[in-house]
Design a binder for this molecule. Structure first.
Ligand code: ATP
Ligand code: PMV
Length: 200
């Protein structure tokens, strides 16, 4: 791929429902590994950039966790789906442009085609991770059911048919996140150190 600086040693592809904590968990992983080792790739990044530009919207707010983006979500989904119909790998490709760290954390896979793109490009390196939270917890974080969003592919595309390599339960009464993430972090550290051996 033209803009790829080097092959990743590990690609962790995260998915989960709205407000399950995908950003929270992936940011924690990056914090633990450091940004020299680990980058976060948001598939919604290039999508939101183009959508904000075309519609004159505030990109920072669209990228953040607040309520602003929810006003536009249904339309952004439609807009993104029309782009994906022409090119299913478009946002995966754009999001991974220029990524040079050995560990890639994809924070927001939503469709089988997202996961399949990384599995096809990096069959040895790709592992899938599902973040799970109860509806009650998600509601406390600001989620409420929206027809056309929570029952559509954007939220349900990975509900079945995938055996995730890892599951992370992001709930107050679940084991501490650091504990749950330990084997994933260990894998990432091993991948990063084998890549530094190969690069030296
Ligand atoms: N374990 C946690 N402890 C404290 N706050 C959390 C935790 N997990 C998530 N949150 C908070 O809940 C909110 C939603 O989390 P986050 O933005 O990570 O979810 P998401 O799955 O990325 O959601 P969306 O896809 O809807 O943007 C954020 O304000 C985040 O800081
Ligand atoms: C439009 C969309 O990318 C919004 C994602 O927003 P977020 O990851 O929930 O902040 C969802 C989609 O691609 O279906």
């Amino acid at each position: 791929m033209e803009d790829r600086v080097s092959e990743p040693s590990l690609v962790l592809v995260f998915s989960g429902k709205r407000k399950s904590g995908k950003d929270y968990v992936t940011e924690l992983i990056q914090k633990r590994l450091g940004s020299d080792v680990c980058c976060i790739l948001r598939l919604s990044g290039p999508l939101k950039e183009q959508y904000a530009q075309e519609h004159g919207l505030d990109l920072d707010q669209l990228m953040g966790p607040g309520p602003y983006k929810e006003q536009y979500r249904a339309d952004m989904i439609r807009w993104g789906e029309s782009r994906r119909r022409q090119d299913p790998g478009l946002f995966c490709r754009l999001a991974s442009r220029g990524a040079h760290q050995p560990v890639w954390v994809v924070s927001d896979a939503r469709r089988l085609s997202d996961l399949q793109w990384f599995q096809a490009e990096f069959p040895q390196q790709t592992q899938s991770v599902r973040v799970q939270s109860s509806e009650n917890t998600r509601s406390q974080r600001g989620w409420s059911f929206t027809a056309g969003v929570d029952d559509a592919e954007s939220e349900c595309g990975l509900d079945s048919g995938v055996e995730f390599d890892w599951n992370v339960i992001n709930e107050a009464d679940a084991p501490l996140l650091d504990e749950q993430l330990r084997p994933i972090l260990q894998l990432a550290e091993e991948a990063a150190s084998s890549s530094s051996v190969n690069r030296n």
